[in-house]
Every structure is written in C-alpha cells, then in structure tokens.
Design a protein around this ligand. Structure first.
Ligand code: M7G
Length: 333
C-alpha cells in the first residue's frame, strides 16, 4: 500500500472527509474558472496527461471498460474509462468520414479496422481524485459473498460500520445545495419532507436512452438506506416513484413499463437515493441480490410499517469490503 493511502487509513473518517472536501473545493475553484492562466480553458485541459498507472483494478473486454488505479499530481486516483455506444444519428458520418483498413477478406466476408472521426470515438472517463482506499476496493475485481443481515446484526455490525467507515456523501450534499451538477438537474421537488432531486447518474453520458440511468436523491438527510425506511416514509417514496416516472416519460419518452426503479442494499453511499434505469439495460448492481424494486418496497411498508427495520436482508459484499470483515469477526460468515 502506498504511503498516501496508508496515512489516509489512519485518519478519522471525519478528518479524511474534511481534507478531501478542502481538496475538492480547491479543484472545483480552478476547474470552474474556465481559464487556468495558461491560456487553456479548464474543460479542455488534459488533467490525465500526468496520470501514472499503478494497477488495473478491473477490466472487461465485453463491456469495453477499464478501471485503473494510479496517481494524479501525487494523489491517489481511480480512472474509469468506457467506450460509448455507436449511435444511429452518427452512422452517416462514420460511414463517410472514417479511415478504413482491410484486415481480411474471405468469400462474402471481410473485416476492417475503422478509424472514426475523433469526435465520434470518445471514451467516457470518470476520475475519482483523491481516491480513498475504500474507492480502490470498490472498483477492484473481487470475489463476492452473500451476507445475511438480521435485525440485530444491523444495530451491532452494520450501523457502527456505516457511521464510521463508509464513503462520504459530500457529493450528494453538493447536488442538494446546488454546488455541483446544478445544470444537470432534470427535476426538483423542494419539499423538505417528500422532495428530491432527479438527475443523471454519472455512469450515464446521456447520449442515448438505451442505457438511461438517473438517480433521485432525497432532500431529507437522516435516511441512510432501505433499513431506515418505515411507513412514515411512504409519501416520500410514492412521490419519487410517481414524479420520477412522469418526468422520465415527458423528457425521455420512456413509459413506466420500460423502467427499473430500485434501491440498493447495501448502497455505497448512505444518503437515501433511488435508481431509475432502463429495463432493457443490464445496469451494474441491478441483480436480485442487491436491488430492491421501489414498487415492492412501497408494498412491503404498506403491509408492515417497520418491515425493513425488522426483516432479515441479504446482500453481496466483495472480499475486501470492510463490512464483510465485520460480519466475519462477529462470526456471522
Ligand atoms: P449506490 O447504490 O450508493 O452505490 O448508488 P453504487 O455506486 O455501488 O451503485 C450511488 C449511485 O450514485 C451510483 O449509481 C453512482 O454511479 C452514482 N454517483 C456516484 N457519485 C459519486 C456520483 C456523482 O458525483 N454524481 C452523480 N450524478 N452520480 C454519482
């Protein structure tokens, strides 16, 4: 482990989070100004030119995605790169404006290497910097284990872990306070009790609706996850469900029957949010072991007001996830 990461591990989560926020704020200021005094607009500057790769955390030839751990300006960083889908509206330009080199020809079959115009060969890139050890673990390919969490396990194992060690939610507060991504907000209900902000998940580049992915982030700050929900939250959940679907129909022309609306348990970020993805898109984390349909959540709470407080819940955790160790230490795995 690098010194930087080792030092961070020794920090308290509060210290770590405030240090990260200070660094992020610094980045936001410089990156938001448009000009860096070097005559180059921030949005055009290649901050990755100095990236030093230390390891590949995960990659998938099928999904055309790679997760890289390394250093950026001497800070730990994770870079996620993903080739974007070929869109119908670009076909004419790809056919007419590309360089084509023949690989092989056989009977009626031929394969080529096609070099599309630069603006049509973009790679969607996400940078997490400074990245914590938990980010590195989150993105590293690992074996996963199914964990059983009984009601009492939540109080004795999960909650203490969540309160101390999970990933920070400053990015969520930045969205709620319009300090970040305000131009990306698709819908906002400002009600303090049942309100939320709907915006594109950063996994979605919004270029096509085939992989539509939005998240609804609730205004209330005291609901960590599905576990905290009771029938008292039904108006909030129903509001998100109904308005989210209406807005997506109006804006993206996708009816409710084409959407998968769900919550993760465990989430990575413990501020309640709901995922809206296109049903035909096999979104990461939409499997039965982690995703709980919002429609089912609403029904379960209608049947039993404290359903999620008392239920035994199952979820997958990766081998290096800190919570998995806590379950092991408690003899629950
Ligand atoms: P989750 O269930 O807590 O964790 O969902 P997961 O990442 O393991 O699925 C959080 C969701 O928020 C994910 O779908 C993330 O892609 C998304 N997300 C995370 N961050 C840090 C951001 C961000 O800064 N902006 C936006 N728009 N989405 C984010």
């Amino acid at each position: 482990m690098s010194d930087v990461a080792a030092n961070r591990e020794g920090d308290t989560p509060e210290n770590e989070e405030s240090q990260l926020n200070a660094k992020r704020a610094k980045c936001d200021v410089t990156d938001g100004q448009g000009d860096h005094g070097e005559g180059e607009p921030a949005c055009k500057r290649n901050i990755l030119s100095g990236f030093v790769t230390s390891q590949i955390l995960n990659d998938s030839a099928r999904e055309k995605k790679i997760f890289v751990h390394g250093k950026l300006d001497n800070q730990e960083a994770v870079v996620i790169m993903e080739k974007t889908p070929i869109r119908e509206e670009n076909l004419a330009e790809i056919f007419s404006g590309s360089r084509l080199e023949l690989d092989m020809r056989n009977d009626i079959y031929s394969t080529y290497r096609l070099q599309a115009p630069a603006h049509l060969s973009e790679i969607k890139t996400t940078v997490v910097c400074p990245a914590t050890e938990n980010h590195v673990k989150k993105y590293r390919r690992q074996e996963t284990f199914l964990v059983e969490e009984r009601e009492d396990d939540y109080g004795s194992i999960t909650l203490p872990y969540v309160e101390k060690l999970c990933l920070g939610v400053q990015w969520v507060y930045n969205i709620l306070e319009k300090k970040a991504e305000s131009e990306r907000v698709v819908y906002e209900d400002q009600d303090p009790e049942v309100g939320f902000i709907l915006l594109p998940d950063f996994k979605w580049d919004q270029k096509q609706t085939d992989d539509l992915y939005l998240i609804a982030i609730v205004n209330k700050r005291n609901i960590k996850s599905l576990r905290d929900l009771t029938s008292e939250h039904l108006p909030l959940l129903q509001n998100i469900f109904q308005k989210g679907q209406e807005v997506i129909l109006e804006r993206y022309k996708l009816p409710a029957s084409k959407l998968r609306v769900y919550l993760h348990y465990q989430p990575s970020y413990y501020h309640l949010h709901v995922h809206f993805t296109r049903l035909s898109y096999d979104a990461p984390g939409c499997g039965v072991e982690r995703a709980h349909l919002l429609a089912d959540v609403i029904q379960n709470l209608q049947f039993k007001c404290d359903y999620y407080r008392s239920a035994t819940l199952y979820f997958p955790l990766s081998a290096e996830h800190g919570l998995l160790n806590k379950f092991k230490e408690a003899g629950r795995l």
